[in-house]
Design a protein around this ligand. Sequence first.
Ligand code: ZN
Length: 334
Amino acid sequence: MNRVLAVLVLLVWSGGAPALDVSDRYRSPRSSERKVRPSTELIVLHTTEAPARSSLNKLCDRGEAHYCVTEDGTVYRIVDRDREAFHAGRSMWNGKEDVDKFSVGIECVGYHDKEMGLVQIRAVRDLVKELQKMYKIPDERVVCHSHVAYGAPNRWQKKNHRGRKRCGMLFAMPSVRAQLGLARRPASDADVRAKRLVVGDDYLRRVLYGSVDTMKGKYPAVAAGTSQAQSSGGLFGWLKGGKGDAPPAAPPKAVIKAKPTANPPSAPPKTIAELKTRGYEMKGVVAKGVTASQIAGGRWNSSDTYYTIRNKIIPGSRIDPAHIEKGMCVWMKK
Ligand SMILES: [Zn+2]
């Protein structure tokens, strides 16, 4: 799809909603072969345990996730969200096997026991929130792969056991869940309780259901009762759109650098959600024949006008006219 057409499709498809920060660059050729899932009961978070490029290539080749979120906060769509992606492998939740049949899988580039940057965490949060709304999934059913993976009997473990993987483990930790705007987590392992599985990794059990939280103190405090995510609703509002065609594939570029401190009111907004909270609305999208000054008039280069594209938010006062490009959304005060 050429760029102009892509912008047009986007405009029609999204109804003018801003923020198309999803890329189809690694959309899996397997997607269309996959069955539509009969139900969606869980969102499963994974860590790739490998760098972005190799992870994206593998996920795309094999259709092993619905989305992949990279360190710079770019969200890649891999498999259509309503179809089955092969992300959970041997898995069980509450007596039901093959979790792929009733879950959405999100791979996050990173490692199960390493801190993840805030830009990435916030992108995961916004994606999760949008999917929770879409599929009506409560916080305690946003789980990590290690919650659902189980191992078959082997030399060391005679029974089916929980603890085959520690994948995504950090997403069970209360401090990380707070960043994701998740107030609750699964309280206990129904499959262990019902003796369908035994505990095969006691450390993992203490992370998933106990008080082990190695990320404690590494993230900014989140005020109790004010889920950051709730205020950011709509960033991925376009996800509700059609599932057929896609927004233009944009290569990942520079992103907003998040600081682990509260944003003073005078600083530029860091997210689309924040722009909205501060009373800005999207006035138009730069396209062929539609210039920034046609959208924003004389205020096109004002510090009170913002341009957004691919996770970047640029104040008008800092925009280089030579770098105003098609697809940029122009935001001004209502
Ligand atoms: Zn995994």
